[in-house]
Design a protein around this ligand. Sequence first.
Ligand code: BYC
Length: 471
Amino acid sequence: MTINYSEKIPNNVDLSGDRRLQRALENWQPKFLDWWEELGPDQSSELDVYLRTAVSVEKQGWAHFDYVKMPEYRWGIFLTPSDPNRKIDFGMHKGQPVWQEVPGEYRSELRRLIVTQGDTEPASVEQQRQLGKTCPSLYDLRNLFQVNVEEGRHLWAMVYLLQAYFGRDGREEAESLLERHSGDQDKPRILGAFNEKTSDWLSFFMFTYFTDRDGKFQLASLSESAFDPLSRSCRFMLTEEAHHMFVGESGVGRVIQRTCELMNEYKTDDVREYGGIDLHTLQKYLNFHFSVSTDLFGQEISTNAATYYNTSLKGRLDEAKIKDDHLLHDASYPVFEVREENIVKNESPALNAINERLRDDYIADCDLGIRRWNKIIENSGHDFRFLLPHRAFNRNIGHFSNINVDPDGSIISEEEWEKRCNEWLPSESDQSFVQSLMKPVTEPGKIAGWIAPPKGRINRQSFEFEYVRFN
Ligand code: BYC
């Protein structure tokens, strides 16, 4: 399962054994590189970046660290080792061996799942394109670029599946993945959150905490798929994804740390004039990124999701660990809905509530990080606590998309929403304040004033290490 780096496209899928596929992917490769040049990290081609590259797909020690110019990064196709005994864990094909080919009757559903997943990867790179110019430190700059190249690789993972298993329409979809662009009026990205702007580093850290976490849960569900190549692709992607969420959680944590230091030093909550981001503003950014990411789980009641589950295409989180019949024909699941001006829980058929169940898992996971952030505040001697807003707050998809809800979950009038939304979501002036702090710091060992230095290291290198070299 070592990765073959002697080929033009590094891979562990014996690409050279399938000349047609190899040619198709080699044909797509320059288009990918053009896209990277045009819409990947701006003005970054000449930088030497201390990046990790996958050298093996085994759990231990798959990463190699070295300086790389990003356009020369070895994007490739890496799947976790196959398990010849793997059986399907859920849905109508439960108990049968997993599939190595796409069953004709599920072709369009599978393609749609793969395209939706694939679409998010280049989208996030596009969203983060300008951030390199305002990095708070070289350490952070390196982490941004690491996330970017790995999202690029995740696109490769989905493009491989499309090209290898979906023939001509797969090749067309692979082209379209480079043609839709984040925020484009005519050809936007498929899912809402991936058309939002990520124009400052606070948004980047919130995005990697909340939106990449949706990635974790969606990939985990897809890794349950009966279509084994999809499952194995997603399993390897999950190992890369962990670092992205670390960047988010530690990034936000370091901003909080710095804010608390300033609060203590100047004996005030209003740290803006001292170059920090006050806790209320952080809560607003949190509210925004949480609510936009919560939309990514789709509608509460979804026949699409029921079909994916029933046909064994997309499972639940840790499917094998759940103790039920894994068919869900007679099961129910509590789902929030609006009844006579109130938000109440109602038992619904579990098959239709698959999206909501995953959203519940996601929200519980988000909450763990919030608690760790609150610990930083508590340890600094302050009473403020972050709270996740109610799941119905600021939603654009599903039951709550037509009503206005405050962060506590009370339904409010349109008028009240208009009057108060700037208390809950970043206002224009909050955004321009945060933007005003975004000044590049590119000297090794130095850091911007609004964020604390990291405690962790990258490959045992200290914070003072020259993570990015400007030539
Ligand atoms: N925005 O029946 P429903 C990641 C559409 S992130 C816009 O509920 P379904 C990453 C929906 O497409 C993980 N539209 O849908 C993170 C459908 O449209 P059509 C990405 C939305 O299929 C950071 C209609 O509404 N992976 O990896 O049950 C950086 C009906 O909705 C949205 C996946 O998402 C939205 N938020 O559920 C980099 C996994 N939500 O067909 C990467 C694959 C729904 O009527 N995707 N719609 O035109 C899926 O499993 C499903 O497509 C969804 C939606 C869970 C997203």
